[in-house]
Design a protein around this ligand. Sequence first.
Ligand SMILES: [Zn+2]
Length: 288
Amino acid sequence: MVYNSNMRIISGLMLCLGVLSASLACAAELRAPETVLQGDPLLISISADMPIARMTFDTAAIPTFHYKNEVRALVGIDLAKPPGKYVFRVDFTNGEKLERTITVLAREKSEAPLGIPEKLGGNTTSSQTALVSTLAKENAVLAGLRTGAKTFWTEPFRLPLRTEIVITDPYGYSRKTGAYTIAHKGTDFRAAEGTRVRAMNRGVVRLAKTFRNYGMTIVVDHGLGVQTFYMHLSKINVVEGQLVIPGQILGLSGQTGYAESPHLHLTVRLNGTSVDPMKFLALWETAP
Ligand SMILES: [Zn+2]
């Protein structure tokens, strides 16, 4: 996958004084991409020999975790975040700070018309209104799911399908239905009805239910704001509250809800922001 071609990694090195009475030289290094696209996830690494008090990106507090012996942070750039320069900042407990400017570039957005399936009322104005209002309710349920205070995973995230990967509808592709534009904030994979759908990593099932539009849906919480959503399934094999291991079969793919053909819709959320799932997967292939 060549998803990182536009991401140059920048490093920062900072000298500081120790907190002990004797002056001690110490260093902190921060690795982060210099530029990202709207909808991209960022994996930031920090090596420092002093404790971190706080990290922020554009004023929002960012949780940290350990992965492969380094302090890391995941940041999700919203698809609608205005392009421009934003500051990622680390405050250390001794009062020192480290800052990096990250430039968010506009993602090329394509738009296409999308019909409403006959099972949801067809292409009428009333079914368009019904779709948008019921989607808002479903989105509110999905936005209110809790997340664990710690990461539940230690391994890289992996694709939810073991079959040949064909993307039928990428992240960020908008569909226009009547007067409404619905941004596609996930990735659709071709998946014959009944294809096994697997947990992308270790986590806790926070939701397993059937929605009007999203169809049979499972949400796995991987902790610290990282959640994966599997939609339009034909069968659910897990229950809410269940701990799942990486690769565990969650259910079977299908075309329930707002789907005109069998496929798997995958959403990846970082602290409530839906990011490009393929870019998210690429982070774990390249994480040193
Ligand atoms: Zn989709």
